[in-house]
Design a protein around this ligand. Structure first.
Ligand SMILES: Nc1nc2c(ncn2[C@@H]2O[C@@H]3COP(=O)(O)O[C@H]4[C@@H](O)[C@H](n5cnc6c(=O)[nH]c(N)nc65)O[C@@H]4COP(=O)(O)O[C@H]3[C@H]2O)c(=O)[nH]1
Length: 538
């Protein structure tokens, strides 16, 4: 992803990171308050059902007791017994004895005027008739709830059914499961109550929150207004908003931290490794005497998603420092076999040199990786050269083990950029190397008068005295080529011949060279006495 994209994405994420927690805090405060209110309403509805059951139970038991009376109807004893029942039953305000539809007497005595019994709205499962609204004289016009059984009726104050600790803005209603409303508190919305009697549920609609409870043939409904709840939310928000703001700040910090990591060179390189963004270009290696192209050096390129190529000098040091170099080496090895496998199989005189990092040489882990890549490809180990800079040979013991194993497998091994590092001639002498590559900085001085121009002939002499093949890097001018050839340098590479080329162009270059100059030698390897096989090797 491009930097500008990352910056854009980071900004969007940061904005979301800032907004979302605050929106979430608002939403959370709303849902916390809603769920708390629903719980409160459910609890009130359940209490109301309990109160209704108690009142109905007491009224029923008073009716059934009176039905057992054997007094002469409306005698002194009968009236006294009815009064005692009323006094001892909390939910019963009065009890009356009826013959036909006319009240004969009640706990108050005999009526002075004729009083009718009224109509039954519904009958419960236990056979008690219920009149939802009766207006007896004793209640001063207030609607009472009437229960009747055979000759007796009792009056219950409907307020008892909803006598739960409800706030003034909470509305309650009690109805039978057949849909008759028997009691209400604070004027509940009739259409909402009707709807909830038909479909008992707990929840919210556009204007209300509501909860229902059922039991023993009764439905209790508690409702409250959404608008009032919204007013109440201020308190929740006071608590949740600072939390939202803290989370928002953390999210923004996290987004910026992640994007900085992502934008850091190491972050970008790690992602490039994961996405396998490394490709290989090939710089032809020329036999100077004949002009024959004998192979190429594989040079890694980082192809960015926008198609631009990054040169290795800018990322190899970071890759080596971070350990990502191993994965990059592996991608180069895979790339070489993929790009040139068939050409290498068809032409055994073609060689490809792969650059190894100091770590690869130290650990030797790259050798099995190459073997695995070569397996089933038909490419010979001898066709793969290995190159490492002097830094790779600092730990002489492990370098020696890796080089010996590499040569035993069939690779030729070259020391790269010779003269720029700190190699001690002593250990270079002891290592079973095949070739020495003279760094471009020395080749640049050929033909010039400079402080380092005298070094090049020395390096050539050293290589000769060590019996190593010599490869000159960075030949740009014919005069340099002539000088090096005259000095006995066998191989050269540089822009005089070709720059590093993508695989198809290198194949074309190689085929042209072969047509003009013929094929090169199949083996470019120093004759060093065989080393004994490594422990565990084949
Ligand atoms: N001006 C000029 N430059 C020339 C000429 N001939 C060759 N070069 C450049 O010199 C470098 C030669 O590779 P090197 O010394 O191995 O130096 C390489 C090598 O040390 C390292 N490198 C490249 N590929 C890999 C790899 O796959 N693994 C590892 N570990 N290092 C690599 O990166 C270094 C730079 O590679 P490049 O940028 O490809 O640069 C290459 C090549 O393009 C010339 O005539 N004139």
């Amino acid at each position: 992803m491009e930097r500008s994209h990352i910056v854009a994405v980071t900004s969007v994420l940061a904005a979301l990171g800032a907004i979302l927690p605050i929106v979430a805090a608002f939403y959370l405060s709303w849902s916390v308050a809603t769920s708390r209110e629903e719980t409160r309403l459910s609890r009130l509805a359940e209490y109301a059902i309990m109160r209704t059951n108690t009142a109905f139970g007491e009224a029923t038991s008073a009716l059934k007791s009176a039905d057992q009376f054997s007094f002469t109807p409306c005698s002194q004893q009968h009236i006294a017994a009815m009064r005692a029942l009323v006094v001892n039953t909390r939910s019963v305000e009065d009890i009356g004895y009826f013959e036909g539809d006319a009240l004969k007497c009640s706990s108050w005595g005999k009526p002075e005027t004729s009083v009718g019994r009224g109509q039954v709205d519904f009958t419960t499962a236990s056979g008690i008739g219920v009149s939802a609204r009766v207006h007896p004289t004793i209640s001063n016009g207030r609607a009472m709830l009437g229960f009747r059984y055979r000759s007796y009726s009792v009056l219950t104050d409907p307020a008892r059914l909803v006598d739960v600790l409800a706030t003034p803005d909470t509305r309650l209603a009690i109805a039978s499961d057949t849909g008759t409303l028997v009691s209400e508190l604070n004027n509940p919305d009739a259409s909402l109550i009707k709807r909830l009697i038909e479909h008992t549920q707990t929840g919210t609609d556009a204007d209300n929150l509501f909860a229902t409870a059922t039991g023993s043939g009764w439905i209790a409904i508690a409702t409250s207004s959404r608008a009032l709840l919204l007013k109440d939310l201020g308190r929740e928000r006071l608590l949740l908003l600072p939390l939202g703001a803290i989370v928002a700040a953390l999210m923004v910090g996290l987004v910026f931290w992640l994007s900085r990591r992502r934008l850091s060179p190491l972050g970008e390189l790690s992602i490039a490794v994961q996405r396998r963004e490394f490709i290989v270009h090939y710089q032809p290696l020329i036999e100077m005497k004949t002009g024959i192209c004998v192979g190429a050096e594989a040079l890694v390129r980082w192809r960015r998603p926008d198609g631009s190529l990054v040169r290795p000098d800018t990322f190899i040091p970071l890759a080596e420092e971070s350990g990502l170099i191993q994965a990059i080496t592996d991608q180069v090895i895979g790339g070489v076999i993929k790009d040139l496998g068939p050409v290498l199989v068809a032409d055994r005189s073609l060689h490809i040199a792969i650059n190894l990092s100091a770590d690869d040489i130290k650990s030797g882990r790259v050798l099995p990786v190459i073997q695995a890549a070569l397996a089933n490809s038909g490419v010979l180990t001898e066709q793969i050269w290995l190159e490492a800079t002097e830094r790779g040979f600092m730990d002489v013991k492990s370098a020696r083990a890796t080089i010996e194993e590499a040569r035993r497998l069939g690779h030729s091994v070259a020391i790269d950029d010779f003269g720029t590092g700190y190699s001690s001639l002593q250990y270079i002498q002891d290592l079973p190397l095949d070739a020495l590559k003279i760094d471009k900085s020395f080749i640049d001085t050929v033909g010039l008068v400079s402080a380092t121009s005298a070094v090049t002939p020395h390096i050539i002499d050293i290589a000769k005295s060590l019996n190593l093949y010599i490869v000159a890097e960075g030949i740009e001018r014919q005069e340099q080529a002539d000088y090096l050839l005259a000095r006995g340098v066998q191989y050269g590479q540089g822009w005089l011949y070709s720059k590093a080329l993508p695989a198809p162009e290198f194949i074309a270059f190689y085929n042209d060279s072969k047509r003009v100059h013929g094929a090169g030698p199949t083996v470019i390897r120093r004759d060093i006495p065989e080393v004994p096989p490594a422990v565990g090797g084949d």
